[in-house]
Write a protein that binds this ligand. Structure first.
Ligand code: EPU
Length: 422
């Protein structure tokens, strides 16, 4: 297994370019199942998760190809597919469940493996299933698979449905299904993440009639058929946020090019609260880490709250603060796996349930650490950059699921970072 080795304590200076958003690209590629023909999606990051979804779409019967320049994915969706997502693929990536809504909406039935738990929490999909049931699908759970069947005639029907709690992929799954349902659907208590809005924009480009995506209420007027996709994915706000935190580390000065400042407002507010100087400049955001960070408290929440996907990275900054910060993780129940590893680097953090109390230390010291999930891995890279000496991060495959060549992006900023192939 590859590992990443970082020699820390070197100032970062320069420009880093943001890639397309993983969590927008995944549902958008899944949405291709809603229409027969040749689809084109650009600004798709070249990531392990995107390749896994490509394999799943291939298994269903689609042809998937990435163009030589690497930014564009072409898909050919046939008239009929085998509507089954097997355990082997869903197990490697939970977002595979995003094919459920499109499959049952277009072919009247789908058989998709239940994802099971994962490192950051139980992550049930009950809201996806309740929403599809509201649209008339019959849902059976058997042998570890969800079997969803549309009513007689094969078409889902519009309905009013309120999510019990906000779910990003749940909102996306039900919205995609509603796009081909008969009549109007009103979805309440929807996730408001920019990725939901980008999926809606992609669906509208296919001819779907959707309003309100990005707010708590989404209205979908079902249509009989859609045309193939042609869409440019939004920039990745979590990758951008990770680089912004890198820039906010003491002594650094980084221009994060290609990010959308409106998607990063709460994070920028917190970075300013710790004392970083963040300025909007043409084409992106510049951040300067001005001395030792100040402590701040934060609480993760669905968008527009502080993103859970930035909690681990922000914790690294707070580990170095002059004072004590409190973090409350409200979205996932087990998202503090990075804490044990940060302790190995000399951090002072105590976790009690959802709360982490982070007492700042003057410096971290490099050590061997293990990545446990995607964002935890990114946090360990940041910690390695800030630490004195050498940090070796094992299980880099987690990082490769969501960050495109992170070592190649950080090295031009001056980071002494390299991948050691297994
Ligand atoms: N939940 C339920 N029932 C459901 C669905 C969700 O109880 O049917 C709960 C979850 O267990 C969790 C909360 O609701 O406690 C929020 O989960 P959500 O469904 O919003 O998460 P997700 O859609 O599975 C997406 C991202 C995650 C990101 C979360 C939260 C994708 C592909 N994944 O997951 O991204 O953390 O939203 O913002 O969009 C990552 O990129 O590292 C990542 C984990």
């Amino acid at each position: 297994m590859d590992k990443i080795v970082v020699e820390g304590g070197v100032a970062l200076r320069g420009t880093v370019q943001v890639s397309g958003a993983k969590n927008a690209a995944l549902p958008i590629l899944a949405a291709s199942l809603l229409a027969e023909g040749d689809h084109a999606v650009s600004n798709v990051p070249d990531l392990a998760d995107v390749r896994t979804l490509g394999r799943l779409l291939g298994h269903l019967g689609c042809e998937v190809a990435r163009d030589a320049a690497g930014r564009k994915v072409g898909l050919r969706v046939p008239a009929t597919v085998k509507p089954e997502a097997p355990y082997e693929l869903v197990r490697t990536m939970r977002a595979s469940v995003l094919v459920l809504g499109p499959l049952v909406a277009r072919w009247g039935r789908a058989r998709v493996s239940l994802p099971g738990g994962c490192a950051i929490g139980a992550r049930p999909i009950d809201q996806h299933l309740k929403g599809l049931a509201a649209l008339g699908a019959t849902i059976h759970l058997e042998h570890g698979y969800v079997e969803a069947t549309a009513p007689a005639g094969g078409r889902l029907r519009g309905a009013v449905f309120t999510f019990d709690g906000q779910t990003v992929t749940g909102t996306e799954n039900v919205m995609m299904a509603a796009a081909l349902a008969e009549g109007e659907t009103v979805l309440e208590n929807c996730a408001r993440e920019p990725e939901v809005a980008d999926l809606a924009a992609a669906l509208r480009g296919m001819g779907a009639r959707i309003e309100g995506a990005g707010t708590g209420q989404i209205r979908v007027h079902g249509v009989e058929a859609l045309r193939p996709l042609s869409h440019d994915v939004i920039p990745d706000r979590i990758e951008a946020g990770t680089f912004l935190v890198a820039g906010a580390l003491p002594g650094n000065d980084v221009f994060v090019k290609g990010c959308v400042p409106e998607h990063l407002e709460v994070l920028v507010e917190k970075l300013r609260a710790v004392g970083a100087v963040v300025s909007a400049q043409p084409g992106g955001l510049r951040v300067v880490g001005d001395g030792r960070p100040r402590p701040v408290d934060l609480r993760t929440a669905p968008h527009p709250g502080f993103p859970t996907d930035m909690q681990a990275q922000m914790m690294v900054l707070l580990c170095l603060a002059a004072g004590t910060s409190k973090i409350v993780e409200t979205v996932f129940e087990n998202r503090y796996m990075h804490v044990q590893e940060l302790l190995r680097l000399g951090a002072d953090i105590a976790v009690d349930g959802k709360t982490a109390v982070v007492k700042g230390v003057p410096a971290l010291s490099g050590a061997q650490v293990m990545a446990s999930d995607l964002r935890a891995s990114a946090a360990l890279v940041l910690a390695g950059l800030a630490a004195q000496g050498s940090t070796e991060i094992q299980r880099v495959y987690h990082l490769d699921r969501g960050y495109e060549h992170i070592e190649e992006k950080l090295a031009p900023l001056g980071a002494r970072i390299r991948r050691v192939k297994a």
